[in-house]
Design a protein around this ligand. Structure first.
Ligand code: ZN
Length: 292
């Protein structure tokens, strides 16, 4: 009887390696989506506006739960670590049309696997426009560690009860980020909330891919109480944030085993004169004919 294949493809046998393998591998990569052609965020203007912005609301996200918040276009929102190291899973929606949602895949293709100051959170098709711009990050010092880990990824989707059910042999767990986001969105009166929950920005999470197998890894977040991420709202936003049951995601998620802490979201509004000349980005200009 033939043994089952290993979980990751073995290197091909030498006889299968073409003679020009080294030359093929030596082809230099090119960046898929050079972003130089994109309009660059006016970070100086945003900084001037931030200096004049005033707090208008705040939102406590309980441990292993989710909560929603709204941000006016031209305003800011700050996600702060409070009681202890904690990862957050963030979804963004157009506040007036929840079908315009954050698109982690294209954001990743444009900016990379993890977000840095100046990067944007883009909405999906057919809108494809900036929803929010990252303007401050107290973990900006982290960079990349010896394992290839970085913070704030757009690669990990969100922990969810379906994958957990598969991997655990049938356990029912109700406080995965997917469920926390679903409950928080439904509480805002959004119909069909679960179907609109989408792949997240993993706030404060430290992740990467293993060098040998290419598998997604996580490690304990370097975040500490007082650390924060802050965004400029490019359009009117409805945000939902889950305080992941994985806590700092140093061991496991999809259970109550990890030490978990609340997160705080502060929302700031900007006086109109502080953003003179600025208008929210229009939805994408492609004509949607698709050549037909
Ligand atoms: Zn989670």
């Amino acid at each position: 009887m033939t043994a089952p294949p290993p979980p990751h493809a073995a290197p091909p046998a030498p006889a299968d390696v073409p003679a020009d393998a080294a030359a093929r591998r030596a082809v230099a990569p090119v960046i898929c989506y050079p972003t130089q052609a994109l309009a660059q965020p006016p970070l100086d203007l945003y900084a001037q506006a931030r200096a004049l912005a005033r707090p208008i609301s705040h939102c406590h996200v309980p441990a292993r739960d989710g909560a929603a918040f709204r941000v006016p276009a031209g305003g800011f929102f700050r996600i702060t670590c409070t009681g202890g190291p904690q990862v957050g899973d963030l979804n963004l929606f157009n506040a007036t049309n929840p079908h315009e949602r954050f698109y982690s895949g294209k954001t990743r293709a444009l900016h990379g696997t993890h977000l840095n100051v100046g990067d944007r959170m883009w909405s999906g098709f057919p809108f494809l426009r900036p929803m929010a711009t990252l303007v401050a990050d107290t973990l900006g010092w982290y960079g990349v560690d010896d394992f290839g880990g970085r913070v704030h990824d757009v690669i990990g989707s969100r922990c969810d009860p379906y994958t957990h059910w598969q991997l655990s042999g049938g356990d029912q767990y109700h406080h995965c980020c997917h469920s926390n986001l679903t409950r928080a969105l439904a509480a805002e009166g959004v119909q069909d909330a679960e179907a609109l929950v989408h792949d997240v920005l993993n706030v404060f999470m430290c992740t990467g891919f293993t060098a040998d197998t290419g598998q997604y890894f996580m490690k304990a977040s370097p975040v500490r109480p007082g650390d924060y991420l802050e965004f400029f709202a490019e359009i009117d936003l409805l945000g939902v944030l889950s305080a992941c049951p994985g806590g700092d995601c140093g061991a496991e998620h999809s259970s109550d085993a990890a030490s978990c802490h609340p997160l705080l979201v502060d929302v700031f509004a900007t006086p109109p004169q502080a953003l003179a000349g600025w208008t929210p980005p229009e939805p994408n200009g492609y004509d949607r004919s698709h050549g037909a």
